[in-house]
Unconditional design. Structure first.
Length: 187
């Protein structure tokens, strides 16, 4: 089966399939980089998309941000192998340590942890928001030469109360995702 646009989202609670147009395919990856990698590979082989769109939730590092953001760049925030490589870079790996999307101005830092405290490294790298899947999705899209975009809804302040904030707001971005999807489909 071939599709023009494939949506990859971590959880059904972020974007309910029943509200999507019938012509749009969505895959739920589950939480974290390993789940996102496996789901992305399976979905690409099943749907052969021309473009991947990731909708999801994020915690904000940049305190001025809110609402729906388009992500322009993603880095890996939890690859910590010093002295073998600087933080964020996988040692002995020729793949990029950052991936650029089709558009957007914000930087996302992906890692397999829920950010609940200030991390000066994130600020020094210009990270605006943090998630747990995008780097993996972008990595697979890059390897298979598929353009990707990501739109993230800010749910929390990446602080000690983030878990509660996220749980309360996880589905608040759905209407904004649907508006963005209509825009993407009409372009």
């Amino acid at each position: 089966m071939k599709t023009q646009l494939l949506i990859i989202t971590a959880l059904e609670s972020e974007l309910d399939k029943s509200v999507l147009p019938a012509s749009v395919d969505i895959v739920y990856s589950g939480v974290g980089k390993i789940n996102a990698t496996a789901a992305s590979i399976r979905a690409i082989h099943e749907f052969h998309p021309k473009r991947i769109v990731n909708f999801g939730t994020v915690g904000k590092i940049n305190p001025t941000l809110h609402g729906l953001l388009e992500i322009g760049k993603v880095i890996q925030r939890d690859m910590m192998t010093v002295p073998l490589a600087p933080r964020g870079q996988t040692p002995f790996c020729p793949k990029p340590s950052q991936y650029l999307s089709l558009g957007g101005e914000h930087t996302c830092g992906t890692g397999d942890s829920f950010v609940t405290a200030h991390d000066p490294w994130l600020v020094s790298q210009g990270v605006d928001v943090v998630d747990m899947e995008l780097f993996a999705i972008a990595n697979i899209a890059y390897q298979l030469n598929i353009p990707w975009q990501s739109f993230k809804y800010v749910t929390d302040d990446a602080n000690a109360d983030s878990g509660n904030e996220w749980a309360h707001r996880v589905n608040h971005g759905q209407e904004l995702y649907l508006d963005k999807l209509k825009e993407l489909l009409s372009a």
